[in-house]
Write a protein that binds this ligand. Structure first.
Ligand code: DX5
Ligand code: ZN
Length: 223
């Protein structure tokens, strides 16, 4: 799999979600849906009914990012609602292996998210149970924050760990990704890029997605 772009609808117009998703359908790989519960993060967004509704109208698969407490209880329903990928946070999961297996059993890819200060090393043995690692490049909770360069070494270390193991697990970055930051994230080894405000605050979201992809592709370190 090459470079993939997953625009986050967190910065889209929630009253026109179908049209907002349609605006990036021809150029993006996924639609990133940020689910926040006001406990794991200090913000509240949307939940299962909206994901079910989006699934009906989106031509792109849904990449659900659960910033919630107790994902062991709530995440499998997002897979059942038709999400192509469900990412839970390791800081919140009680049994990440069991949860990843439950997601896969429901036909979804299983993603595991890490906040900026959470190290990857304790979790390397879980990689075979996962389809994607999400490294947050902002503190989760809000769109429009500045990219945290302090996460770059962790992106590079994670890429190295994946390479050493011959792993095909995707490496997603989320937060502050724009035309000016995507290059260093791609150079560090990320291959799936979430971008919210950079895409949906632009006049031409599709053009931004195309530009982000081209920039990441030319920066990506090839094996
Ligand atoms: C933040 C969310 C992100 C957010 C990214 O907690 O997980 O997906 O939408 O927004 P930008 O690209 O504006 O940082
Ligand atoms: Zn997200």
């Amino acid at each position: 799999m090459g470079i993939q772009i997953s625009p986050s609808i967190l910065s889209a117009d929630f009253a026109r979600l179908e049209a907002e998703v349609a605006s990036i359908t021809d150029v993006a790989d996924w639609v990133h849906v940020d689910i926040m519960d006001n406990h794991f993060v200090p913000n509240l967004t949307l939940g299962l009914p909206i994901v079910e509704a989006l699934h009906k109208v989106s031509a792109l698969p849904l990449d659900c990012h659960l910033m919630i407490e107790d994902p062991d209880r709530w995440a499998p329903a997002y897979a059942e609602a038709g999400a192509g990928s469900v990412t839970f946070h390791v800081e919140a999961a009680r049994a990440p292996v069991r949860l990843a297996r439950e997601l896969r059993a429901r036909g979804s890819r299983a993603g595991m998210g890490l906040k900026p200060a959470t190290p990857i090393e304790p979790y390397v043995d879980l990689l075979p149970e996962l389809d994607m690692i999400l490294l947050m490049t902002v503190e989760p909770g809000f769109g429009g924050q500045a990219f945290l360069d302090v996460v770059l070494p962790k992106i590079a270390r994670t890429r190295e760990l994946l390479r050493d193991r011959g792993s095909s697990v995707w490496l997603q970055v989320d937060g502050g990704i724009s035309a000016s930051t995507i290059e260093r994230a791609a150079e560090a080894g990320a291959d799936v890029f979430v971008a919210g405000s950079a895409v949906f605050n632009a006049d031409d979201p599709a053009a931004v997605v195309a530009h982000l992809r081209a920039t990441a592709e030319s920066a990506a370190v090839r094996d």
